[in-house]
Each structure stands twice: as C-alpha cells, then as structure tokens.
Design a protein around this ligand. Structure first.
Ligand code: NAD
Length: 323
C-alpha cells in the first residue's frame, strides 16, 4: 500500500507514524500537476496539498488509486465526479471545524449590523462617534436565512434562534422539514430565503450546482436593508453581481471570508466599500487545525485497517464505478 502526500515532508504538520507502520508513505513537493502525475501511478491513497487541484487527469493516472483524503471540509479542489467514475472515494474532515466557522460567521454578522470595524477605524483616527449611524440595526427578532443546512448552517441557526430570538428560514434540498423544525426553523425555497431574510448566510459546498447560485437575480430579490454573509466558498456568489448590488445599494451590505479568486485582488472594489466587512479566509481558527488533522489521520488509518472510512463526500463512487 502506498500513500502519496502532495507536500514536503517537513511542512505537512502531520504525525503519520501510524500510517508508516501500515503503508509506504511518500511525499511529492510540487506546485503543478507534472510531479504528481509521475508519482501517483502506483499510489493507493492520495493526500492532496493546498496548491495543486486534483484534476480528472491526475485521478486517471492513479492506476491503483482507491482513496483521496482532503484535510479540510471544502473538497472543491478535487474532481470528485471523476474520482467517483473511477471508483475512488473522496473523504473530507466534515464537521471538524463547524464551531469555528459558526463563531466567525456570527462575528461578521454582528460586526456588519453594528458597523463595528468602521467604529474601530473612527476611534483610531482620534474621533468619537458612531460609524454610519443610520445603517446600524438590531439583530434581535429579525429573520435569518440559511442556505445549506449542514454542520455549519445548523449551528448558525441554533445560535440565531437561541441567542438572538431570530426567525429561521433555510433552503437545502437535501434535508427534510423536520430536521429544520428541530432547530425552530422552517424549510423554504431559495426565493423565500432571499426575499424574507434580514441576514442571508451561505453554507453550501462549492459544486457545479452551487457555483454562482447567488447571482444578480437572487440578490435583486433581497430587502434593501438586508445583508449577505459568505463563509463557505467565494464562487457560490457571483462576485461581479455582488459588487454591482453593493454599489447600487440593492442590498445593505456583505460580510465575506471567501472570494472568487484568493487572495482577493488588491484593486478589488470590495476593499474600499463601507458596506462590506471582510477577512482573508480565516473560518478555521488555528486551534481547530489539530482537530481537523486528527479527523483526517484517523480516517486514513481506518482505511488501512480495512474499516470503512467516514465522511465520504462522493458516495456515488460505488454506483458509478460499477456502471
Ligand atoms: P456540510 O456538508 O455539513 O453541509 C453542507 C450542506 O449544504 C448540506 O446540508 C447539503 O445538503 C447542503 N447543500 C448541498 N448542495 C446544496 C444546494 N445546491 N443548495 C442548498 N443546499 C445544498 O458542510 P459544512 O461543514 O456545513 O460546510 C459547508 C461549507 O463551508 C463547506 O463545503 C466549505 O466549503 C465551507 N467551509 C469554509 C470554511 C472557511 O474557512 N471559511 C471552513 C470550513 C468549511
């Protein structure tokens, strides 16, 4: 059994000693797919690095490949459909950083509703007063719309309901109404979420179906007083459409942790907008990295011991590989 880690040995910050007892662990430090293509030929398990997307070409070259384990919740850098077709399972570390992302999301919502970063900037220039006083709003009792009711979406809803007495709406075609009702919310259409919410928070994975699922049409449905928050993946929102809607005050603001292209371009208009607060993809707090690594390490160890891995994100690999 060979495990290929697409990273330099010294930089992976993983204690792979358990794997080393059960398999041959090799490293490939590469910034592009060329190096990976050579070494993946006889690998059974691939641990992708952060730089090289795992394309259909790389997956096809892995003649013995059985498992791809990403050390994150987002798995959009792996062509999981190509993996499914070849009978290769793709696993993530789902759920391991939900609390961390939920805390950041709430920090952003509160920060934008009360214009906290603007107030802080004002103080630092020696002034005293409110930043954009007319835009400051109360969250208490308002409507929170959650797009994607998974591990993070549910926590966001729970906090909104319990801490801020919010009315919870959610759009997620893969959950049943009862799942949302347990959290005191209502399962509705995307259109209802966009039209009725004061805060729309995005928590879906990036995929072919979710890329640009929030565009000019959906943003245009929102109340002019509402804000949108994205701590999932940048390309779920059409960024050009978002910029236009913010410039024209179609919506009241955006709070962003993720962007279509990261790092965000230095000249992006988002950087100079008063109705935007943003951070640089910091959803996972460093304290949580250990928990994520543990989840990934344990999952590969399970596979090596012949136990079914957890958090398989492309269960269709069984069906697709047989057809
Ligand atoms: P999850 O898998 O638990 O939940 C995702 C939910 O989205 C599921 O309930 C699923 O049914 C739903 N969904 C899928 N496609 C949908 C669609 N087309 N429309 C509506 N709902 C849909 O994942 P999670 O742990 O809640 O994480 C959500 C996303 O957050 C991840 O995929 C990742 O991209 C992102 N994330 C970002 C950071 C960060 O640092 N900012 C950290 C962790 C996760």
């Amino acid at each position: 059994m060979k495990i290929l880690i697409a990273s330099e040995r010294g930089s992976i910050q993983l204690d792979v000693s358990e794997w080393e007892r059960l398999a041959n662990v090799e490293y490939v430090a590469t910034q592009d797919e060329t190096g990976l293509l050579k070494q993946i030929v006889d690998a059974d398990i691939l641990i992708p690095g952060w730089k090289v997307p795992i394309t259909a070409k790389i997956i096809a070259a892995g003649k013995k490949l059985k498992m791809i384990q990403v050390f994150s919740v987002g798995f959009d850098k792996v062509d999981h459909k190509a993996a499914a077709k070849k009978g290769v399972m793709v696993c993530n570390t789902g759920g391991s950083n939900a609390e961390s992302v939920a805390e950041l999301t709430w920090g952003l919502i509160l920060g934008l509703f009360r214009r906290i970063p603007g107030g802080d900037r004002l103080m630092r220039t020696g002034k005293w007063g409110r930043f954009k006083a007319d835009k400051q709003k109360l969250i208490w009792g308002k409507t929170l719309g959650i797009v994607g009711f998974g591990a993070i979406g549910r926590l966001i809803g729970k906090i909104g309901r319990l801490a801020f007495n919010m009315n919870i709406l959610t759009y997620d075609p893969y959950v049943i109404p009862e799942t949302v009702e347990v959290f005191g919310g209502r399962l509705v259409s995307l259109e209802t979420v966009m039209k009725e919410s004061d805060v729309v928070s995005i928590h879906v994975p990036l995929s072919d179906t979710t890329r640009h699922m929030i565009g000019i049409r959906e943003l245009g449905m929102m109340k002019s007083t509402a804000i949108i928050v994205n701590t999932a993946r940048g390309a779920i929102i059409d960024e050009a459409a978002l910029i236009k809607c913010l410039q024209e005050e179609v919506i009241a603001g955006a709070a962003l942790d993720v962007f279509e292209v990261e790092p965000l371009h230095v000249d992006s208009p988002l950087r100079s907008m008063d109705n935007v607060i943003m951070v640089s993809h910091i959803g996972t707090c460093p304290e949580v990295f250990i928990k994520m690594r543990k989840a990934g390490l344990e999952n590969v160890a399970r596979f090596l011991k012949g136990v079914k891995p957890m958090r398989i994100v492309n269960p269709s690999y069984i069906i697709a590989s047989k057809s």
